[in-house]
Design a protein around this ligand. Structure first.
Ligand SMILES: [Zn+2]
Length: 328
C-alpha cells in the first residue's frame, strides 16, 4: 500500500511536472510571439517613407534570384522581370501606406506613381546628374556604392558626388554593409566580388563630412555592425542620418533590436529612417516594416519617427504635404 501510494505520488508528481513544462512551453511560444509585439496599440499604422528602393530593367543580375537563407533563416523568391518588380513593389507601397519612396532609377517608374516616387540616381557622371536635377528628374543622389569596387567615400573619384549634393542641397545616400545577400561576395563573385568587409566602416565618411559640412548624408543599411563607430560619427556630425534597410529583414530580430538600442539610448532616434532595399524581393518591404513594429522597447512615437517623421524632415517635405500624409 505504502509502495502503491508512493508510486501514485510519483505519477502525480510527473504529471504536474509535465503540465508545468507544457504550460511554460506554451508560455514561451506566447512570449516569443509577444516579443513579436501582439499589442495592436503598439503597431504603427500611419504613413511611411521608404528611403531605399530600386527599379531594375530586364537583365539585372539579381532578377529571378532566390535569396539564400538570411541570418534569420528566411528565403525569398525573386521576381522574374523588371515589370514584375514594378508591379509587386508598387502594390506593396500601396498596401503598406508608403507615401514617399526614394527609388534608385526611379525614372523607370515615375509615371506610375508620380506623387510617391522620389528619383534617386548615382551611376553616372556628376555633370549628367546636375543636368538631370535641373530637369526635375533627380531628388536624391543614391545609391552611391563604390564599396562594391573597393573604393572608399573619401576617394578623389567619389568626393564630387558629395560636393554636388551639397551644391544642389539634396540628400545623398551612401551604401556600406550589409547590403545583400549575405555571403554575396562568394555567391555572385562577378557582380559582388569586389566588396571587402574592411572597407565597410562608416568612419570613411568623416573626411567627407569635414570637407562638405552642409551635405545631407544618409548611410544606407545603417552602418551595421559598426554601431560604436556610427555613434561616434553621429555625435560628431549632426547631418548624418541612416536608413535601416536590409538590416530590418536580413538580421534576426534580436540582433536588429540590439543594433537599434544603443542608437536610441544615445539620443539618435531622430536620425534613423525606414528603408527596405527590396531589390528583387518586394516581399521584404512588409518584413522590414514588421521588424520595426516588433522592436519591443520602441514607443509608438519612436516608431513614427523612424517610419515617417525623420525622413520627412530629412527630405524637407512641406508642412502641407506632411499634413496631407498624416490625415490619410
Ligand atoms: Zn545598398
Amino acid at each position: 500500500m505504502a509502495n502503491k501510494n508512493h508510486s501514485m505520488k510519483r505519477q502525480i508528481f510527473t504529471l504536474v511536472v509535465v503540465i508545468f513544462l507544457c504550460i511554460s512551453c506554451k508560455y514561451q511560444t506566447k512570449e516569443n510571439s509577444a516579443a513579436l509585439v501582439n499589442d495592436t496599440s503598439k503597431i504603427y499604422k500611419g504613413p511611411i517613407i521608404d528611403m531605399h528602393l530600386h527599379a531594375f530593367t530586364d537583365g539585372h543580375p539579381l532578377l529571378g534570384m532566390t535569396h539564400p537563407p538570411t541570418l534569420r533563416g528566411e528565403t525569398y523568391k525573386g521576381v522574374a522581370s523588371g515589370s514584375e518588380q514594378k508591379e509587386k513593389t508598387l502594390a506593396s507601397l500601396q498596401k503598406n501606406n508608403i507615401v514617399k519612396a526614394v527609388v534608385t532609377s526611379g525614372h523607370l517608374w515615375f509615371d506610375d506613381a508620380p506623387e510617391t516616387i522620389l528619383i534617386g540616381d548615382a551611376n553616372k557622371g556628376v555633370d549628367e546628374l546636375r543636368k538631370q536635377h535641373g530637369e526635375g528628374n533627380l531628388q536624391v543622389i543614391a545609391e552611391v556604392a563604390p564599396f562594391y569596387n573597393g573604393i572608399l567615400a573619401d576617394d578623389a573619384s567619389i568626393l564630387p558626388y558629395f560636393e554636388l549634393a551639397e551644391e544642389l542641397n539634396i540628400p545623398i545616400g551612401f551604401h556600406i554593409l550589409p547590403g545583400g545577400p549575405n555571403y554575396g561576395i562568394h555567391l555572385m563573385p562577378e557582380f559582388l566580388g569586389g566588396m571587402r568587409t574592411y572597407n565597410a566602416n562608416p568612419l570613411q565618411l568623416e573626411n567627407v563630412l569635414v570637407k562638405y559640412p552642409n551635405v545631407k548624408v544618409y548611410i544606407m543599411h545603417g552602418a551595421w555592425p559598426y554601431v560604436e563607430d556610427l555613434k561616434a560619427l553621429m555625435y560628431a556630425h549632426p547631418n548624418v542620418y541612416i536608413d535601416v534597410s536590409v538590416v530590418n529583414w536580413i538580421l534576426p530580430q534580436e540582433e536588429f533590436n540590439a543594433y537599434l538600442k544603443p542608437l536610441i539610448n544615445a539620443g539618435f532616434g531622430n536620425r534613423i529612417m525606414f528603408g527596405s532595399d527590396q531589390m528583387t524581393w518586394p516581399q521584404v518591404i512588409g518584413v522590414g516594416i514588421e521588424s520595426i513594429n516588433n522592436v519591443d522597447f520602441l514607443t509608438l512615437e519612436q516608431k513614427e519617427a523612424i517610419f515617417y517623421d525623420n525622413a520627412a524632415q530629412f527630405l524637407g517635405l512641406s508642412d502641407t504635404e506632411i499634413k496631407k500624409h498624416k490625415s490619410r
